[in-house]
Design a protein around this ligand. Structure first.
Ligand SMILES: *Cc1c(COP(=O)(O)O)cnc(C)c1O
Length: 392
């Protein structure tokens, strides 16, 4: 991160003037990275010229190849969004009955099951990784269970080996919702290579965006072929429709935009890493505020910076701090609150009971994700920490 300019203005003017300069500026939990417009325009001119807008065009193919190479995965199919990718992945393997999943995620995880007529069965999370606890997965298996749908929450990898062992033992598929896990490696390999398939989201709020977008990563060519049929209405030829597919295709404009984004993603993740380390350093001695460290053997993408407010020690509730940040125009987000299991669609399920989900119920009351994005200024980070420390 080039902080020299920032630091200069900071030294000359002091923090207070920088903060005054904030004025009515709102700091959101994230702010999307866009490619340089001057690089995008020639691609748009090319698309205008060709009039090939969607349906497996040139940029679509180039973007799939470039993504597979960058991510280190064998097969990838790009989609118009992550939710359709999830829904299609479940269709691809004809998953039915019950699927074990986490309540501590974005609602789309369970909604994708619901849209397939599958009953989500919620299992509790691990208190450190905040991902599905393998022991709780095993305890939730019934004769109707066909698959596990874990989520790599905040891009922190699930216990992929333990989950694979359970799936092998009980004959279950694993559909990873890896919406947060772009460019995350475990022991030098992409986390996207575990399970039967992994789903990415390229939504504007994610680490890597194509405005809207998503992808399925799979293990073999036959599966990719089937996914590609399914994302195009089930067409396997001009007149041959092999299944009730959906329209999940990514268009040429977004594919071209995605190609440009790939050039800059490593720098963006590096800047996020520096911001994360700064937050950790500034917050390390604040009583009642905790956060997670890097995991051993993992290359993180620093997509979110969640903190946990321990009301007794901190002296104020999470919601109190959340509201106070808002009065200073700092819009953190309570990812994930409420739990998916608390929404009307799901709260009647037996597995949605608070008793079954004690860790998730505890974490959801404590979490705030603080603003993090590549060009977030150091002064703003210090300002946010000052509010948390009650210096402001
Ligand atoms: C964003 C997100 C999705 C949905 O992706 P879209 O591209 O917005 O449809 C699914 N699961 C999780 C965990 C997400 O964060």
């Amino acid at each position: 991160m080039d902080t020299s300019k920032l630091n200069k203005s900071y030294e000359q003017n002091g923090r207070n003037s920088v903060i005054k300069g904030l004025g009515k500026r709102v700091i959101n939990v994230t702010s999307p990275e866009l490619p340089p417009l001057e690089e995008f325009i020639p691609m748009l001119e090319d698309i205008w010229e060709s009039k090939w807008l969607t349906n497996n065009g040139k940029y679509h193919g180039e973007f799939e190849d470039a993504l597979a190479k960058y991510l280190g995965v064998p097969y990838i199919s790009i989609f118009s969004n992550g939710t359709l990718a999830l829904i299609t992945a479940l269709q691809c393997f004809k998953i039915t009955g019950e699927v074990i999943t986490t309540p501590y995620s974005f609602v789309a995880s369970s909604h994708a099951l619901h849209w397939n007529g599958i009953a989500p069965v919620f299992a509790d999370i691990d208190p450190v990784t905040l991902n599905l606890d393998p022991q709780k997965i095993e305890a939730a298996i019934t004769s109707r269970t066909t698959a596990i749908m874990p989520v790599h929450v905040y891009g922190n990898p699930c216990d992929v080996h333990a989950i694979q062992e359970i799936a092998d033992t009980y004959g279950l598929k694993i559909i990873y919702d890896a919406a947060h896990a772009f460019s995350v490696d475990v022991d030098g390999h992409s986390v996207l290579n575990y399970g039967d398939v992994s789903i990415l989201s390229f939504h504007a709020t994610k680490v890597f965006n194509t405005i809207e977008g998503g992808a399925i990563i799979c293990r073999d060519e036959a599966t990719k072929k089937r996914i590609d049929y399914l994302k195009n209405f089930g067409f396997a030829g001009e007149t041959k429709v092999i299944a009730p597919g959906i329209n999940g295709k990514m268009n040429e404009l977004q594919s071209a935009y995605g190609l440009l984004q790939l050039k800059r993603i490593d720098d963006a993740i590096n800047r996020r890493k520096q911001i994360t380390y700064l937050y950790r350093d500034l917050l390390k001695d604040v009583k009642g505020i905790s956060f997670r460290e890097d995991m051993k053997g993992v290359k993180h993408n620093y997509s979110y910076f969640p903190i946990f407010v321990h009301e007794m020690e901190y002296g104020e509730s999470r919601d109190c701090l959340y509201e106070k940040l808002k009065t200073h125009n700092i819009y953190g987000r309570r990812y994930f609150y409420p739990l998916i299991s608390q929404f009307p669609t799901y709260r009647g399920l037996p597995s949605a009971s608070a008793n079954n989900l004690q860790v998730a119920e505890d974490i959801t009351k404590k979490v705030i994700c603080l603003p993090i994005y590549p060009d977030l200024e150091i002064e703003i980070i210090e300002f946010i920490v000052s509010i948390i420390k009650r210096e402001i």
